[in-house]
Design a binder for this molecule. Structure first.
Ligand SMILES: [Zn+2]
Length: 422
C-alpha cells in the first residue's frame, strides 16, 4: 500500500512539474497596468511588461483555489486556450472605491500582477467583482514572450539577504521585507528589525507550527531621509517607496501608492508576499490581500500590528472589530456573504465555518462567559456592530492581542500556508 501511495504521489509531483516546465521558465513576468475609475466604474489600461530574475511562487499550485479578493487575473496559453495560471487579489484602488472621495472624483492607481515567465504566447484576462460579488471580465491583453519591448532593466537593483532560509522558494511561503525610511547609516537597524519582526511572526499560531514552510528575505535598499510622510503634520520625507500616514485621510492608515518602485525593489528576491517595514514610532500600518503589508518598526503595538496586517495580506482575513473609525462606507453589503473567510452575514453560512460549530451552540451566539472560548457566530465585525458576525468573541483580527488568532482564522491561514508550500 505504501509503495502504491508513494508512486501515486511521485506521479502527481512529476506530472505537475511537467506542466510548469511545459509552459513557464523559472523567472517572473511582471504586468504593470493603470486602474482608473470612481465609486461605480473602473477601467484598465496597459503600462508595461518587465522581466524579473526570480520566481518565488508555487510550481504546483498554478491555479488559484480561493474565492477571495476583489480581483482575479487568468493566464491562458494562446494556442491551446488552456488556463495555465491564476490568482485572486485586492488593491488600494478597490479600497479607495469605498471612500467618500470616490463619489466625487476619478483617480488612477498603478497596479501589478506577476506570474512565471511564459515560454509561448499567452492571453491575460482581468476580472473584477460585480455588485453581487461575481467575477466579470474587464480587460485582456495578448503577450508574446519574444516581444523585445519586455524590459529586463533593473532600475532598483539592490543586494538582498536571507533572514530565515528553509529551502526552495517554490515550496515555501516567501516574504520579502522592504526597508522604508531607513537611511544608509540605518541599515544595521534594519537588519536587527528584520530579525525582530521575523521572530514576532513565529510567536503566533499557526505560523509557529509551520516555521519550516517559510523563507524570509530582505532587500538592502536605503532611503535618502529617515522616517515617513505625515501629511497632517506637514512632515514629508524623501523615502524609498514614498509611504505615508493618513491614507484616505485616516491617521493610522500607513500605505504607499508608489506601486512601481515597490515592485522593482521587491524583485531583488523571490517573493510571494511583500512586507514594508517603516522606520517610525507612530502607531500605524495597513495591508491588502496579495498586494502588500505595512508595519512600523518601533511602537508598543508593533508585534500585534505586524501579525494582524499579515492576516489581511496573506490570508485575506477581514477585520473583526467594529468600534474603531475607518474610511470605508458599507464595506460589507449585508445582503451578500462577504468573501473573507472569517466574517459572515449568515447569508451563506455553509460556505464559512458552520462545520466548526458544536450543535449545542446557538447561532447567533450570545456574547456571554458560557461561550467565551467557543466557535460560534458573534454579532459585530467588519466595521459594523449589526448584521456581520465573527467566529469567536476575541481574535488578533479584533483586538490588540498577540498569538490570538481565532480557530477560524487559524484554519484559513493554514490552508494558505499549505497552498504555497505543497
Ligand atoms: Zn479570527
Amino acid at each position: 500500500m505504501k509503495t502504491i501511495l508513494l508512486s501515486l504521489f511521485t506521479f502527481q509531483m512529476i506530472f505537475a512539474q511537467v506542466v510548469f516546465n511545459e509552459y513557464f521558465e523559472n523567472k517572473t513576468l511582471r504586468f504593470d497596468y493603470f486602474h482608473t475609475g470612481d465609486k461605480n466604474s473602473d477601467s484598465y489600461s496597459f503600462d508595461e511588461l518587465i522581466e524579473e530574475p526570480f520566481w518565488g511562487g508555487s510550481k504546483v499550485n498554478l491555479i488559484d483555489k480561493f474565492n477571495y479578493g476583489k480581483y482575479k487575473f487568468e493566464v491562458y496559453d494562446l494556442s491551446s486556450n488552456k488556463l495555465i495560471y491564476s490568482r485572486t487579489y485586492s488593491t488600494l484602488f478597490s479600497e479607495w472605491q469605498t471612500t467618500e472621495e470616490a463619489s466625487i472624483t476619478q483617480r488612477t492607481f498603478s497596479e501589478t500582477v506577476v506570474f512565471p515567465f511564459p515560454k509561448n504566447k499567452v492571453r491575460i484576462e482581468f476580472y473584477g467583482r460585480t455588485k453581487e460579488n461575481k467575477f466579470e471580465k474587464k480587460f485582456d491583453y495578448t503577450i508574446d514572450p519574444a516581444n523585445y519591448f519586455i524590459k529586463p532593466e533593473r532600475e532598483f537593483k539592490f543586494d538582498s539577504f536571507k533572514v530565515l532560509g528553509n529551502g526552495d522558494p517554490a515550496v515555501k511561503v516567501d516574504i520579502v521585507l522592504i526597508p522604508e525610511g531607513y537611511t544608509e547609516s540605518e541599515m544595521t537597524l534594519f537588519k536587527g528589525d528584520c530579525e525582530k519582526f521575523a521572530g514576532y511572526l513565529f510567536n503566533s499560531s499557526p505560523f509557529k507550527e509551520n516555521k519550516d514552510k517559510f523563507n524570509i528575505w530582505a532587500v538592502e535598499a536605503p532611503s535618502i531621509e529617515s522616517g515617513t510622510d505625515i501629511p497632517a503634520e506637514d512632515i514629508w520625507k524623501n523615502t524609498l517607496v514614498d509611504s505615508r500616514f493618513y491614507t484616505f485621510d485616516l491617521e493610522r492608515y500607513l500605505m504607499t501608492a508608489d506601486n512601481k518602485t515597490l515592485r522593482s525593489v521587491a524583485s531583488n528576491a523571490p517573493y510571494d508576499q511583500i512586507y514594508i517595514l517603516v522606520n517610525s514610532s507612530k502607531y500605524g500600518g495597513g495591508s491588502i490581500y496579495n498586494h502588500y503589508s505595512v508595519c512600523v518598526n518601533n511602537n508598543p503595538y508593533e508585534e500585534y500590528v505586524f501579525v494582524h496586517e499579515f492576516g489581511h495580506g496573506f490570508g485575506s482575513l477581514a477585520d473583526e472589530y467594529y468600534t474603531s473609525d475607518v474610511a470605508y462606507e458599507n464595506f460589507y453589503p449585508l445582503h451578500l456573504e462577504p468573501l473573507d473567510p472569517n466574517i459572515t452575514t449568515l447569508v451563506d453560512f455553509d460556505s464559512k465555518w458552520k462545520d466548526m460549530i458544536d450543535q449545542s451552540t446557538p447561532v447567533p451566539t450570545p456574547q456571554t462567559d458560557e461561550y467565551k472560548n467557543v466557535v460560534g457566530a458573534f454579532e459585530g465585525g467588519g466595521y459594523v456592530a449589526k448584521g456581520v458576525y465573527r467566529p469567536m468573541q476575541d481574535c488578533t483580527m479584533k483586538s490588540l492581542t498577540k498569538d490570538n488568532f481565532c480557530k477560524v482564522c487559524r484554519r484559513a491561514l493554514q490552508q494558505m500556508i499549505d497552498f504555497y508550500s505543497e
